[in-house]
Structures are given as structure tokens and as C-alpha cells.
Design a protein around this ligand. Sequence first.
Ligand code: C2E
Ligand code: MG
Ligand code: MG
Length: 820
Amino acid sequence: MTAHSLKTKYTLTALAFGIVFALLLAAALIYQYRGEMLRLSFASLTTLEERLEANLRENANETAVQFAERVSEPLAERDLQTVQRFAAEILDRPDVESVEVTDATGTVVFAQSDSAPLAGSAVPPAPFEISAVVHTAPDARQPNVKLGVVTLKLSRAQDAQTLANLTQDLKHTRQDSFSSLAFTALLVCLLLIFASLVVAWFMARRVERPISALIKNADRIGQGDYTRPFGVVRKDELGELQEALERMRQKLRQTTITKNYLNIVLNSMNDAVLVTSPDGTIKGVNEAARKLLGYSEEEILGKSILHVIAESEQANFAIDQAAQETRETVVTTRSGQTIPVSFSGSQITTEDPQFQGNIFVARNITDRKRAERRIRYLARYDALTKVPNRMQFQHLLQQSIARSRRQDRVTALLYIDMDRFKEVNDTFGHDSGDRVLEVLTERLTRTLPKETVLGRLAGDEFALFLEGLPTDADNRGPIAHLARQLLAEVGKAFYVETQEVFLTASVGVALCPQDAENVIDLIRNADAAMYYSKQNGGNSFAFYSPEMNAAAVERLMLKSKLRRALEREELVLVYQPKVDLKDGTIVGAEALLRWRLPGHGDIPPSQFIPLAEENNLILDIGEWVLNRVCSDYRQWQRQIANPGRVSINLSLRQLRQTTFITRFKSVFAHHEVSPTCFELEITETTLMADIKRTVKLLDELYAMGLHLSIDDFGTGYSSLSALQQFPIGTLKIDQSFVRNAAVDASDATIVKTIIDMGRSLNMEVVAEGVESEQQLTFLRAHRCSFGQGRLFGDAMTPQDLLGLLLEQRTGQKRLEKLFA
Ligand code: C2E
Ligand code: MG
Ligand code: MG
């Protein structure tokens, strides 16, 4: 029982009330008793006194009368002696104080009084005096004659004594009875107090028990245990309290169940979730967020979301904007480590201000970034020689030209091509050829000034550029010197399989801006100069001059011929089958363009598509291709219900055309084929050209039912997160990665990563350029869904493809062996 417990309080109150009540009761009793007693004793004393007085009077009267009768004879006879004797006799009575007898004449015959007063009475009370007339003895014959008078004085002392004794007795009795009354009253009071204490204790206990139970239950709820119900048994206010608490328990339990469920869901997520208020103050984090950032919950709650965003990213981080988009950013962990994340924000839409705010979901993309970097590296650097490949070299050259132009300086490009390198390959095999190229690169790099950039443009073609040469001076001298140095390095012996091999090279030089103003022209002109050196027997260098540009002449010729190619029906479409890597089923094909120029043989698209793009001819060619594909498809459909999906390559120019969508639609309608049977292949570079517009366009194409894929994936500069904006369904892994995937670890990683990425983004992945069974095994082992390449078949005529599809329909599978 605590100091302020209900029992104590109830008992103390009952005690106080009991005492007050008992005191009042006692006071009332005493008051009443005393009045009664006084009144009683007073009344009885008065009555007693009156009685005594009356007694005395009667006694005296009787005594006086008797005495008068007794003395009547002697008095009549005047026998005074007898009178005196009688008088003395009566005087002997203790109550008679004095006796006086007078005769008829009034003469005193006898008079005497007791001298000794009654002991005990300090002041003797006045005696009672009574007289009686003495008559003659009653006789009918004689008249009654007065003989005298007797006067007696009777003492009152006796009575006074009696009265005094009585008063004393009464006093004693009163005291005794008051004591016993007081005792009884005390007893009653004590009993009353005790009874009220007991009642109070029981009442307190009756209230206290359910209250303690309530407290216990409430404590349990406070500790988060909502399982035990409140037993509602009482019908009073406590019962109502129990009911109210029970309702609260059930509500809390419900909310807790929902909350716990949500917590479990949140904590099971692999992505970090941060919930903030509208101003970005962190209000909640899940397990993954704690793990990612290394903070405990207490440490991170209440901090701003900016606290976890890396300093370098903070300037670009506006909370309102971040809450509405998905972006890539960098977070800083507790230990200061920075982690790249994909960061999606969304706003919590509710009217209730206490719940308003934002949810941020962060996914660690370190691995993806690393893979992307690796892909980009491998896409830009030649795997064999580790110098920039054609793409990267062109990119760097482009930048250099721009810089030189700004600074009014000159950039010199040297194009190097090995003479008769094919022979090395043919004689010693490609591996030896590769080894030679490696050694060559090392030598060139060693010879070149540090700031020079060297790149490998194709098999045995290298190029380098020198930047920031003065405009006014003649740069030819130093460049020629360098070219000679290079030729000398090339001319040193190579050791191939213990044999000494001597090689030469041809070098062409072109200067920007003198010879060409842009990358393409500069390379072309340097190439032309190189070609010129080669024509002159090789192992030499030449500076570009316009006459050398035979290639350019050739290009011009091609360009003009291309114009007529459409009209002359020199363009041909061939189809390369696309195969399901699970079982070798042909699931579709890619339409590839060929130019059958009489006297030139087949010209590959890589040569004429860039030309067609230069003069917008690509638009007509593109439309021609689409018409051809649709009409071929219609033909196939006459014989086979589902010829699969056919993909068509699109170039940037086509996408830029404003009437592109309407043109496409009308072609499909014209041939009565469904757009869902086709797939458009777009390169990363094309996608990135004008993202906003392209997204809109592709969304429209996608809405038409067209399937969209990224061609040559891995070679471009796009970031995966940017690609996610497009409604892309398929990734086509560029053949340059597939080529060595089965033998080169880094290429294998790239291919694996792309396959995984595709799967995680729900995209189909097609491997291009599958040439060997080894590659096929590798791709199947990594669950790549589709493949295309020589192993399954080169591009073929529409009739041949139809033949294959018909065979397949009858159950014959040409590729069965490969998938056994
Ligand atoms: P692409 O779309 O990547 O086409 C795949 C290229 O790889 C084709 O070259 C194909 O013949 C070749 N190829 C297929 N299997 C193998 C293999 O096993 N090993 C090797 N080394 N190569 C293989 P092609 O036909 O010369 O086409 C070159 C590029 O020209 C195409 O690359 C595409 O970007 C473009 N192109 C082709 N047709 C068209 C077209 O109709 N319109 C547009 N705009 N571009 C086209
Ligand atoms: Mg393609
Ligand atoms: Mg491709």
C-alpha cells in the first residue's frame, strides 16, 4: 500500500469522519444526559422535600392533636403534674424540640425545650411549630369547652439530614451513571470508528483491485502488448472506464498490426527507404537505409535529407524537385564513404499535415556504375592494345579540334596503316598478329610526346593527333620528323614465334583547319594521304593534298549513284534469323539492307548508309525498307500464320522527320499488317540525340504496338538510367562484346552484366554476331534469351527465310544439333 493509496485515503477519511461523528455523538449524549439528570434530581429533591414537609406537618398535627387529647383531662382537672409528665414524655421524642402548654386563660402551664441540637447540622433548620386546641373530652351532654392550647415545635433536622444524605446519594449515583454512560459512549464510538474503518477498507479494496488491474493492463499496452483484453465486469463508472480502455486497446492493436505489417514490409525491402517531412527532415528509415548509410535510427532521425546527400550533389538537390522524380545521385555514409544511388522521390498525398512529406527510395548502384564504367571503358578502349578505339579516338579528336579552333591553333592527324599485315595473320595466325600489334602500340606510345593521343581505328590501322600547333609556323618539319621516327619504330624487328619479322607502315597526315574542318573530313583526308603513301610502295608518309582524295571522289560517285539506286531497284533486303537460345526456334529476323551496284558487287550498309544520311536520302531509303519488309511479311503470312517478329533498323534522320509517325502508320495500313509484328532498332547515340523529343516519339510508336530495341548496346555513351525513360523492350548486345565473351574475362563480364541488367529491367536480350558454339554455350549458360549470327545463319533472301519457317512448322529444326 503506497502512502497515497486509495485504502489509506479511504481509511483516513473514514477515521476522521468516525472521530468527528463520535465526538459529536458523545457531546450530544453528555449534553442530553446532564440536562436530564439535573432536571431529574432537582425534581426528585423538590418532591422529597415537599413530602417530608407534609409528613412532618401530618406527624406534627397528629402528635399535637394526640397530645392535646391526652392533656385535656389533666388540664381540665388542673392536674399540672400529669400535664408536665405528659409534656416531658413528648419532649423526649427526638423530633420534638419544645413543648408549651397554656391554659384557657393563656397562662403557660408548661413550657420546655430540648437544649441539645441535632448533631451534624451546622445551622439548625427552623423548627416546625404547630398548635392544637385542648378541648374537654367529647360528651354529648356538655358543650365542647376550650381548655387550653398546646404548642409543639418539631425539629426539622432529621428531614434536613435525610435530604442532605439523599442529595449526596444522588450526586454519587449521577457520577456513577455518567461514568458508565461515558464508558458506553466511548465504546460505541470506538465500535463505530472501527466499523467505518472496516467498511472504508473494504470499499477501497473493492475499488482498488480493478484499478490495479487497469493500471497493469494499461502498463502492458504502454509496453506494446495489446494481446490481453480488459475483462469488463463492473457496471459502474469503473466498468465504463474498462470498456473505454478495451476499445482503445482494440484500436491500438489494429493500428499496431497494420503498423507492424508495414514495418515488416519496409524492413524486408532491399532498397533504402527514407521518409521525410515536407522540408526534408528525416522522420523514418528502413533497415536497408540504416545499412546503406551506416547510421542508427536515433542518429539519423531529425536530420535533413541533405545530410546524407554528398556535398558535390547538394547544389543540384532541391527537395521539392527530388520528391517528384527519379535521378541518380551520391549519398555519404556515416563513415564518409560516398555511394552512387538511384534516387526516386514521391510525395505523400494526404490532407493530414502530420503525415505530409516525401518518400525517397535509394538503391545502391555501385555495381551497376562499375559495370557501366567497365562497359564504357571497353567500349572506348581497344581491348588488345588498351588505347582508345575508333569511337573514342574520334571523340577525343573532335574535342581537340574544338579546342584548337577556339585557341586559333592547329591539330595534326597522322593516320598509320601497316603494310601487308594480312600476311602476318595468314602466316602466323591471328594470335601472333595480335601480339605484334600490342608490341607496336607499346613502341609507338614510347616514341610519342606525352600529350599525343594514339588510337587503334581498325585491325592494323592506328591514328594519332598532335594538338595546339602554331598557325603561323610551318608545322611540316616537326611533323615529318615525328613521322620518320614512327616509321623507324615500326621498322624494328618483331619477334614472332622465335622468328624475326620486319614490317613497314604507311602514314598519312592531314591538318585542321588547313585540310579539313571537321573530324570526318580530317580522318578521311589523312586516310587519303595514307592511301597515297601506300600506293607509292608503303613505308613512307605523305601530307594530304586535295588531289589525293580518291576516296572522296569515290564517295562522291557513290553518292550520286545512290540517288539512282532506288529508282533502278539496286537495293535489296535480306533477313537474318533471330533464334530463341533455349531451343533454337526461329522467332523472327532482322531486315538488313544491301546495295547491289552493278560492277561493284554488294556494297555493305556501313559504307552507304552514312552517305544516305548526309543527303537525306535515308528518308526515302527508310520508307522503301519499311514497304519492302511489310510486303515481304504479307507474303509470308499467306503461307504461315505467324512468321515471328521482324526488326527494322532506324537511323537518326528518320526519327527526326516530322511526318515520321504518320508515314509509318500509312505504310502499315497500306499493307494491312499489324505494327505489333515489327520491331524498330535504334542505336544509343540516336536515342540520346534529343531525349525529350525521342521519349515522346517512342511512346507514340510504342502505343501503336511497335516493339522497340536498342541496337549495338554497350558501344554508346548513354547511361542506363537515361535509357529507362524509353519504352524499350529489347537490348541487343553489340557483336564486339559477344565475339570474345567466351574467352575474354572482361568481355564475359560485360555480356553477363548486360544480360542481368536486361533481366532486371524486364527486357529481352539479344546477342548479336554469334559465330561459334563456344559463344552459344556461354550465352546459354548465362541465360541470354535470343541470339543472331552466322552460327544460326547469315542474312538471306525473304524466300529462304520463308523456307526455313515452313520447315520449322513441320517440326524440322535445322539448328537442333546445336541445341541438343
Ligand atoms: P546491325 O543492325 O548491328 O546489324 C548487324 C550486322 O552484323 C549486320 O551487318 C550483319 O550482317 C552482321 N552480322 C550478322 N551476323 C554476324 C556474325 O556472326 N558475325 C559478324 N562479324 N557480323 C555479323 P550489315 O548487314 O553489314 O549491317 C551493318 C549495319 O548497317 C547494321 O548493323 C545497321 O546498323 C545498318 N543497317 C543495315 N540495314 C539497315 C537499314 O535498312 N536501315 C538502316 N538505317 N540501317 C541499316
Ligand atoms: Mg540492327
Ligand atoms: Mg547491331
